[in-house]
Write a protein that binds this ligand. Structure first.
Ligand SMILES: [Zn+2]
Length: 428
């Protein structure tokens, strides 16, 4: 039978990683006769969740298991979770196994866990009704991610990530990957891998900066090329093993299209509206502007680490039509949307009053004095009735979709580069 085992919240700020626990659990399950029915799923949940340890990721193991062998597989998985989870450092793991036929009952919960805030009680209720078995420790918040990951909608799992893990003696030490080899890999594989290198800041993006067992991760649009991409890299240490995950990263699945009046804290929204007033730049280089969609207005915040997208935001003027993507936060002054992507739909034509051109020689004329029209400095032509003319100003920005710097982009946000690649492969 097909069984989906969700695992979540095994890590703490001091270490561990749920992907590593799950990869080890998969090997333990295989030792008891289970067979992987798919790559394990690395499922990112609401990035605005205040309880998350780091990336708010849960894992699901899709397994083909003999009905009579399920108990042994379940015990093997639990054994690994109990052994590796950071129980002393505040991890509250949850594990839940669902049969294929019950997954449909979990899908709505999955989408809600990605897009808004969900309660432990809801997850428990689903586990009690539909799970073959479930287990939780401590406060058991991990059951939320375990149920959501097991219920993930396969249609949203369209990208992959290869994670290579360190040998135990290296945990907590500095990581090194030769930057030149990363740039070479990036060039070799085109859009089949992504987010490898931050060309804006000259930084390798593959390595985390936490004491966890992950050496590096390579993200891609197909699973086959990832081990090949790994082999191109020059590493400062041998890895223990690697695992390819199927994920909902870089899919934009967390966004909901909402009116300003329906915005709530901790959701990720797409809002279309017009700019009100002038964007302003605050201390630290953060840019803010107001957006109105006819149901209300919201402050859009474009923080300094988001990079060059701030220049686009700062050039907006009142009346411009834009679509903003981002996380909604409650601030003392009201709701704020932290910008993740910006689509400039329509730029208002802005005019400036300028001196007229000389009708004889074409040079811009000069004022002949208050109320006395203009004269030409080159050919001497005078026109006492000439007036200022309105000239369309080059706005310096164009309609289009803009994104934040790679280093500021969240796991679930689809990179523009990938957008173009997927459009091309879809032939549209
Ligand atoms: Zn002239």
């Amino acid at each position: 039978m097909l069984v989906y085992i969700g695992i979540d919240d095994t890590d703490s700020p001091k270490g561990m990683c749920t992907t590593y626990v799950a990869a080890r659990a998969l090997r333990a399950a295989e030792g008891e006769g289970a067979r992987a029915a798919d790559h394990p799923w690395l499922v990112r949940l609401n990035p605005n969740c205040p309880y998350k340890t780091r990336g708010n990721a849960a894992v699901c193991l899709p397994l083909e298991v003999e009905r009579s062998g399920f108990d042994r597989v379940w015990e093997a998985v639990l054994g690994v979770v109990r052994e590796l989870a950071e129980l002393e450092n505040g991890a509250d793991p949850g594990v839940a196994a669902f049969p294929e036929e019950n997954r449909g009952h979990l899908e709505r919960f999955y989408f809600r866990a990605v897009r808004e805030m969900v309660e432990v009680e809801e997850a428990l209720e689903l586990a009690e009704r539909y799970a073959l078995a479930f287990w939780r420790h401590g406060e058991g918040r991990g059951i939320v991610g375990a149920v959501a990951a097991a219920g993930a909608s396969v249609g949203t799992l369209t990208t992959y990530e290869l994670l290579a893990y360190r040998r135990r003696e290296m945990w907590g030490r500095e990581r090194w990957v030769d930057p030149e080899s990363v740039v070479r890999m990036d060039a070799l594989f085109g859009d089949r891998t992504f987010d490898n290198f931050d060309y804006e800041n000259g930084e390798v993006r593959l390595t985390p900066h936490t004491p966890c067992p992950v050496l590096l991760g390579i993200r891609g649009t197909s699973p086959e090329v990832l081990p090949e991409a790994l082999s191109v890299l020059r590493l400062g240490e041998p890895y223990e093993f690697y695992q390819v995950f199927r994920t909902n990263q870089a899919t934009d699945v967390h966004y909901q299209r909402l009116s300003v009046k329906d915005l709530r804290p901790l959701v990720s929204a797409i809002v279309t509206g017009r700019v009100v007033g002038r964007p302003r730049i605050g201390p630290g280089g953060h840019v803010f502007f107001e957006l109105d969609d006819g149901t209300g207005s919201v402050t859009v915040a474009v923080y300094e680490p988001t990079g060059r997208i701030r220049e686009i935001a700062f050039r907006l003027v009142e009346g411009d039509l834009v679509e903003v993507y981002g996380a909604v936060k409650a601030k003392p002054q009201g709701l704020t949307l932290n910008l993740e992507k910006l689509r400039v739909i329509e730029l208002r034509q802005v005019y400036a009053a300028r001196a007229p051109a000389c009708p004889v020689c074409g040079k811009t004329m000069e004022s002949a004095g208050r109320g006395q029209g203009y004269r030409c400095g080159r050919c001497g032509h005078r026109d006492p009735r000439a007036q200022k003319v309105l000239v369309a100003v080059d706005r310096g920005i164009r309609p289009g979709l803009y994104e934040v710097a790679v280093s500021a982009r969240r796991h679930l946000v689809r990179p523009l580069r990938l957008e173009a690649a997927l459009r091309a492969s879809a032939g549209t």
